[in-house]
Design a protein. Structure first.
Length: 256
């Protein structure tokens, strides 16, 4: 495995240092590089990441900034496309808001190492052995309902449709499909349905998830409604309700 940890970051200046602190030296040694990808934050997320890089604690840490705000889904595309171009085989997506525990990246890497036929490993907030701390009850209920409905329609158990900690094998992803997906927060729903449609083997691993000082960019009802509409249209073979992403290069610049 030639893996990169990609950390999408938008307005998470209070949390980005904690995310990086939780990456142990042992974990950092297991990956080729660690990328903080600032999505045109309006706070000092970028500066905090640069300050951390200058400490030298994570020698393989690099800091990038998107040339435009690509939203969360678009930043996934940025990570996938640049990782593919650089010759990496796997991408860990770790959200920059510190809701996931960074050291649990090792759980996903361990599972992939133990199961060569299952290289895409998704973090699950809602399995029996998952640990939730301070997570809003309405959001837990909404996610569980979506998981149940998606599982029934997809005819495949889906424990989580989009946590902030996932390992993707680039061999399992098809750029001709995911580059057309919306750049919004619903990107993960479209991606997991595409994996199901193409019969990709993937697994779920229970993870820790917490809500402390994070500020969600999601509008829960809109996301819930769009997810259900997308699922219905996917089932009948139509494109999802979200408009496809406009053609763009998904370019970034490294910041020193």
């Amino acid at each position: 495995m030639n893996t990169v940890i990609a950390i999408p970051a938008y307005n998470c200046a209070p949390q980005i240092g904690r995310v990086l602190d939780e990456i142990t030296p042992e974990l950092a040694a297991r990956v080729a590089e660690i990328w903080v990808i600032d999505n045109r934050s309006t706070d000092d997320t970028l500066e905090r990441a640069l300050e951390y890089r200058r400490t030298g604690r994570l020698p393989n840490l690099r800091v990038f900034r998107n040339r435009q705000n690509n939203s969360l889904g678009g930043t996934h595309k940025v990570a996938f496309e640049h990782a593919r171009a650089a010759g990496h085989t796997h991408v860990v997506i770790l959200h920059g808001d510190n809701q996931a525990a960074s050291d649990e990246v090792a759980l996903l890497l361990d599972h992939a190492a133990a199961h060569p036929d299952t290289q895409t490993v998704l973090g699950s907030r809602f399995s029996r052995r998952s640990n939730l701390h301070g997570y809003d009850a309405k959001r837990v209920w909404g996610n569980r309902v979506l998981n149940t409905v998606y599982s029934a329609v997809a005819l495949r158990p889906l424990q989580d449709l989009g946590s902030g900690l996932n390992l993707f094998a680039l061999r399992d992803l098809d750029p001709t499909t995911y580059l057309r997906f919306a750049d919004k927060l619903t990107f993960n729903y479209e991606l997991i349905l595409d994996l199901v449609a193409r019969k990709v083997r993937f697994a779920f691993v229970p993870i820790t998830w917490r809500e402390e000082d994070q500020v969600s960019n999601a509008r829960n009802w809109n996301i819930f409604r769009t997810a259900l509409v997308n699922l219905a249209q996917w089932r009948v073979g139509r494109r999802t309700s979200e408009p496809p992403a406009e053609p763009r290069d998904y370019e970034w610049d490294e910041v020193q």
